[in-house]
Ligand binder design. Structure first.
Ligand code: DX5
Ligand code: ZN
Length: 224
């Protein structure tokens, strides 16, 4: 079983990449226990961010738990590189293409001793995750369309699904984390918490403000 207490996860996508080492330290000093790293391939999503080398770079800067969100096709093809780079959790999208399969990829992530997550696009129903719920440590309910930071929180499209996932998990004695990602602020985080979330990915709302420590403290207070 996982510790399902609320956690704020700054998303590196919103950091100043010209000072990535300092930014990781800033997140660490702000007291965030996990760091969220958004990998984008320009094919599964209409944006390109960074790859395993950035994960390796961040790994060298911190002992924080690295929550790697693969918004890519063929995550199985690239998997070893993200494992070697030092990820702690690897989340893959059910909607992406694989050389093998989602199930096979999740198995490999766990076999490597990492935590495994499944992510759902706002338009993907919870039922798409059902085949995998026994093989995951984390279910990521995207609250924006994957690909960009700074988008508005999609409440009506995603909160019923989040509550459905929580109810299913609790009714079946499962213990996976429920993570939300995109448009998370002190105003929207409590809504997600009410519907079952315990992991809150915050890009703009955490790295954006000059005083990140205060921003993370405010976000944490909003979901306490
Ligand atoms: C979007 C990413 C999110 C994004 C969050 O595809 O998965 O993690 O960085 O951005 P904000 O918090 O700025 O909405
Ligand atoms: Zn993300």
């Amino acid at each position: 079983m996982h510790d399902l207490s609320p956690k704020i996860l700054p998303s590196l996508l919103a950091a100043d990449w010209s000072r990535v080492g300092d930014e990781v330290k800033r997140a660490e000093a702000a007291g965030a226990p996990w760091l969220h790293l958004d990998v984008m391939d320009g094919a599964f999503v209409d944006n390109i961010s960074f790859g395993p080398q950035m994960v390796q770079t961040v790994r060298k800067c911190t002992d924080m738990y690295l929550d790697v969100h693969l918004m890519i096709h063929r995550a199985d093809h690239y998997l070893e590189r993200f494992i070697k780079a030092g990820a702690n959790n690897i989340t893959i999208h059910v909607e992406a293409n694989y050389d093998t399969s989602v199930a096979e990829t999740l198995k490999r992530i766990r076999a490597a001793g990492l935590h495994a997550g499944i992510a759902l696009h706002p338009s993907t129903p919870f039922s798409a995750a059902l085949p995998y719920v026994k093989d995951i440590d984390l279910l990521l309910v995207m609250t924006v369309v994957p690909g960009f930071g700074g988008q508005p929180f999609m409440e009506k499209e995603t909160m019923p699904k989040l509550a459905e996932a929580r109810d299913y998990r609790d009714a079946h004695g499962l213990g996976f984390h429920l993570e939300v990602d995109g448009g998370i602020y002190t105003t929207t985080a409590p809504i997600a918490k009410k519907h079952g979330a315990n992991l809150f990915v915050c890009g703009t709302s955490s790295f954006g403000p000059a005083d990140m420590k205060q921003a993370v403290a405010d976000l944490a207070a909003s979901v306490r």
